[in-house]
Design a protein around this ligand. Sequence first.
Ligand code: RNT
Ligand code: ZN
Length: 418
Amino acid sequence: MKTELIEKAYAIAQERYAEIGVDTERALEALQRISLSLHCWQADDVTGFENRGGELTGGIQATGNYPGKARNVGELRQDIVKAASLIPGKHRLNLHAIYGEFGGEAVDRDRIEPRHFRGWIDWAKENDMKLDFNSTSFSHPKSGDLSLANPDPAIRDFWIEHTRRCRAIAEEMGRAQGDPSIMNIWIHDGSKDLTVNRMMYRELLRDSLDRIFETEYTHMKDCIESKVFGIGLESYTVGSNDFYIGYGVSRQKIVTLDTGHFHPTESVADKISSLLLFLPEVMLHVSRPVRWDSDHVTILNDDTLELCKEIVRCNALDRVHIGLDYFDASINRIGAYVVGSRATQKCLMQALLEPLATLRSHEAAGRGFERLALLEESKALPWNAVWDEFCLRNDVPVGEAFIAEVQQYERDVTSKRR
Ligand code: RNT
Ligand code: ZN
């Protein structure tokens, strides 16, 4: 698109928004300050670099076999850099413990150390990216159906040790980058069929977490992620939403809301305000569940839009961390990053352009029709011109122009990976 055209459209949009009391420059500045945490695992279908060659377990699945997945740390970094170059703004990278650099050594999960992530810390610094982190309890011979909630003390201790070490690694990342690394704990623990000892497993999980959190850190923040069910673990999930809200509120830990981890008609957006009243912060895993927790690429849909609007309406941009979490192996993986990230940013853009003051005054005065009408009209305001301007100012492709860049990268790089 011609620069001149983008600027013309923006100037008109700016005037149009001013008419309803919205300052587009302020919205652009606010969007500029929002960093998404890009999940490293879209580039390689959640494989990681442990070289165990095992399958992805833990009730999650990346379906598809589109060619070109990243096979090693170098390729993954190259892909992330490419994706980031097509996403406006400055973003973070969310690593999983299985993405350490083990140098061909068989380092078991209860043996990982900050030195295995030194390369990432240096790389992140060079690339002006901050790191977040995740413990990995899936895809391992000791994963089974139960990890931190396993009644076998040896297995439980193994995972406690793993998770403790992950916190130490996140602490190291946070210290090095001068900004806390957000460390997420998600475990798959559950059962395929009717379970009679629900209480016992939850007690075990509570105690494991208490042991994991014994050490206090200052350069990392803990978050805990619930789920409804996993594949093969349909009847019972130890770490349910209720469990983690109770745990999070009592221990003041950040709760992670993954948009695929709730019942299909449940609104994740509606949870934000309640959580923020009782918790310090919230972490998001923005995903797109299609009929189940399928982890399709995030798009600009009502769910994502409502979620972003809710963050802005709660005035909570500084208390909500926005991570992405999807893994589609059926399409170009770099394209998947770009589409999902830009979709999330487009939703944030619209959220930041809402005529909130007027909407609030309508609401307070009981003017229901006026509130609804303005909400409807604002959907059709020229937010896209402001978004294009954002891309232009950030020197990334405007509109569909990024498609050709992804295709070019595919021709030059990913299609050559066999
Ligand atoms: C799984 C959870 C979890 C994972 C990543 C890989 O259902 O959403 O967050 O997707 O940790
Ligand atoms: Zn998640």
